[in-house]
Design a protein around this ligand. Structure first.
Ligand code: FAD
Length: 361
């Protein structure tokens, strides 16, 4: 039996950040992941500078490690098929990374023991100790297994009633003249009903294209329109030939999913923390991973539910549950939204600055 002070299930940004902070505080940490690293994660790979700050990682050091990091200095946005608005900035406002590189780098850097290629098959609590897969024991488990995290599922018990964003994405190496998208200026295309958006994000020689929508069961028909649109516009000339992968995430802020239990905390997508307006989930994953570790360290080994309440309180104040537009107003909100997306001032100050870059008003 492998014994550790904390078992982290999931080695994505939430898990590796939590594991690193605990390891640095002298904890003996194991990270269990069903995938073998480096692994791909369905994700556009857009990161705001705050992510690097939270990670205590200088983008220049990341680049110096030979990994792809694309500077972003603006965005081209449009309602699909309509005229695009360019919003430019004098400096770097975001980055684009490849998740296969980024996640493997962060996990290696965590210093924790990594048990990859091994799904969590069983998790039982005996006399205040968790036993995972009859092989690893720990007094506390951090559920950081993403949207389908088995720890979060076990904690919540019943079915998940929250409606996720569903998305499909493809990332591939570009051939010469494969795309007119520039690395500095990713493109966003809002669906006409404003229930989702598509994107083209270039990272050096790689292009990431995708489309995400609130789940109405209609992602594929929208994708069937989006792919030829990308090809016609020269944004991704071989979009119909590449392999698309699907995934989901909750973009509601704290609310639908429990965050703590006796000897257990849930972080990142497992807690459903992505920002509702943009879908940015890497920053909430990193921040919640850090907060989980800080709570555990401050608790000095006390891991009952009440000891973990500071984590729950911190997350609820950082990621409050998102408000829903009442159904009766949805039609009007859509019409107004489409008009606003044609305004340069709204696009810069509200859409990009406030919702995507989360700059203070
Ligand atoms: C199409 C798409 C595009 C996105 N684009 C962006 C973007 O551009 N920028 C952004 O900030 N966010 C984006 N997001 C959201 C972002 O990808 C997530 O919020 C982020 O990856 C969450 O990190 P995490 O560590 O919580 O989970 P993950 O990164 O999902 O990591 C979870 C880990 O748990 C492991 N795991 C799962 N099940 C088990 C199991 N049973 N046993 C053991 N291990 C398990 C997985 O293998 C995985 O390694 C996007 C999401 C999607 C779906």
């Amino acid at each position: 039996m492998m014994q550790c002070d904390a078992l982290v299930v999931g080695g994505g940004p939430a898990g590796s950040t939590c594991a690193r902070a605990l390891t640095q505080a002298g904890w003996n940490v194991a990270v269990l992941d069903r995938a073998r690293f480096p692994r791909d994660k369905v994700c556009a790979g857009w990161v705001t500078p705050g992510v690097f700050t939270l990670l205590d990682l200088d983008p220049a050091d990341y680049r110096a490690a030979g990994l792809i990091i694309q500077d972003i200095t603006g965005f081209r946005t449009s309602v699909m098929g309509q005229r695009a608005i360019e919003t430019r900035y004098p400096g770097v406002v975001s980055y684009a990374i490849r998740r296969c590189e980024f996640d493997a780098y962060l996990l290696r850097r965590s210093g924790a023991r990594v048990v990859d290629g091994t799904p969590l098959a069983s998790l039982v609590r005996r006399d205040g100790t968790w036993i995972a897969n009859d092989a690893i024991s720990a007094p506390v488990v951090v559920g950081a297994g993403g949207h389908f995290c088995p720890v979060a599922r076990q904690l919540r018990g019943g079915a998940d009633t929250a409606r996720p964003v569903v998305a499909k994405e493809a990332e591939f190496r570009l051939e010469a003249n494969g795309s007119d998208v520039t690395g500095e200026m990713p493109e966003l295309f809002f669906c006409r009903d404003l229930e989702g958006y598509g994107w083209c994000v270039r990272k050096g020689d790689y292009l990431n294209i995708g489309l995400g929508r609130r789940d109405h069961g209609d992602l594929n028909p929208h994708l069937d329109d989006f792919i030829p649109f990308l090809e016609r516009r020269g944004l991704a000339r071989r979009a119909s030939l590449v392999r698309w992968h699907g995934h989901a995430y909750l973009a509601r802020g704290t609310g639908p999913r429990p965050l703590i239990g006796d000897g257990v905390l849930v972080a990142g997508d497992a807690a459903g923390l992505a920002y509702p307006e943009s879908g940015e989930g890497i920053k909430p994953a990193v921040e919640s991973g850090r907060l989980a570790a800080e709570t555990l360290i401050a608790g000095g080994g006390r891991v009952q539910r009440d000891d973990l309440r500071p984590y729950e309180a911190a997350l609820r104040s950082r990621y409050p549950a998102a408000a829903r537009t009442p159904d009766a107003l949805a039609g009007a909100a859509r019409s107004i939204g489409r008009l606003l997306l044609r305004s340069r001032a709204f696009t810069r100050h509200v859409l990009i600055n406030r919702w995507f870059l989360r700059q203070p008003a």
